[in-house]
Design a binder for this molecule. Structure first.
Ligand code: DAK
Length: 257
């Protein structure tokens, strides 16, 4: 794996760090491929129950690498499938992925954070879709995921004016799950990820799948999907263990089956 992506294991949590400090963690194929490879490894590791994706104190990612793409023409972007190869790997991860965002999350950086299952923001975080300033538009979910997260009015405002939204506004509008003082971002995010990873892995994955389903289906279809998954959870040894442990007033020992 190239060193633009660093990955570490913290107990049952896989941590992926974007590492292009010279370019505010701007995204290119190496970064996207590196993230995908790290996710592949964490998905294959039965010990890992949750993944955290982060950047630096200054930038989660300031978008796609502008210098790299500035001379592309349509045919080149289309034929090389620019940045698209592996882009969706975060979305297809079955284990939860938390974006820990400090500093800038702009353009593709904001879109990448939104592709994660939730965003924990440092109080220094700034989100935006400034592509319009470059004579282009969001290309990886900014016009689709942002309105779902913050509503049409704010999404239009951000995409059309290119203004940035700070962490407080992002929390108020539903884009981020938590705002955390910058110096505690990693500690708090890893703690939450460890809490998740301590539960039964099949249940973690079923919950993630069911919540994501709510964005793809009618309420009744979503409720049916949830009900089927809930009933299926009674086929798990971990359900027997979880409920027995409650009744016996002890901590459950989940076996991920
Ligand atoms: N690309 C390349 N280099 C970048 C960069 C970027 N996006 N952002 C920052 N840098 C570089 C700067 O050029 C500078 O490099 P040097 O001059 O030191 O060599 C260094 O990082 C530090 O940046 P600044 O000097 O500008 O630092 P400031 O604190 O003054 O400003 C900033 C920070 C983040 C506000 C500013 O750098 C900025 O506005 N950056 C550009 C943000 C932007 O427009 N982002 C949107 C890019 S378009 C897709 C997937 C993704 C995408 C599309 C499709 N598919 C899957 C199909 C994404 C598209 C985009 O993101």
């Amino acid at each position: 794996m190239s060193n633009v992506i660093l990955s570490e294991i913290h107990g049952k949590v896989g941590l992926i760090r974007i590492n292009r400090p010279e370019a505010m963690n701007a995204l290119n194929n190496d970064v996207v491929d590196g993230i995908a490879a790290a996710i592949d490894a964490f998905e294959a590791d039965e010990n890992i129950g949750c993944i955290v994706l982060t950047g630096s104190e200054k930038a989660f990612a300031a978008g796609a690498d502008i210098g790299f793409m500035k001379d592309f023409d349509y045919m080149h972007a289309y034929k090389t499938d620019f940045i698209t190869r592996n882009w969706e790997r975060i979305k297809t991860a079955r284990k939860p992925v938390i974006a820990a965002v400090a500093g800038f999350a702009l353009g593709g950086g904001c879109e990448m954070a939104m592709m994660c299952d939730m965003i924990f923001a440092a109080d220094t975080a700034r989100f935006g879709q400034p592509e319009i300033r470059l004579g282009t538009m969001p290309g990886a979910g900014g016009t689709q995921r942002l309105p779902r997260a913050v509503g049409k009015a704010k999404a239009m405002d951000l995409c059309l004016t290119a203004r940035m939204m700070d962490a407080a506004e992002a929390e108020k509008s539903g884009l981020v799950a938590r705002v955390i003082p910058a110096e505690q971002l990693m500690e708090e995010t890893l703690k939450a990820a460890a809490t998740i990873a301590g539960y039964s892995l099949p249940v973690i994955m079923m919950i993630k799948e069911a919540v994501n389903r709510s964005f793809e289906s009618s309420l009744n279809e979503g409720l049916l999907f949830e009900r089927r998954a809930f009933h299926a959870s009674f086929g798990l040894e971990d359900q027997k263990e979880g409920m027995a442990a409650f009744v016996e007033k002890r901590k459950p020992a989940f076996k991920n089956r």
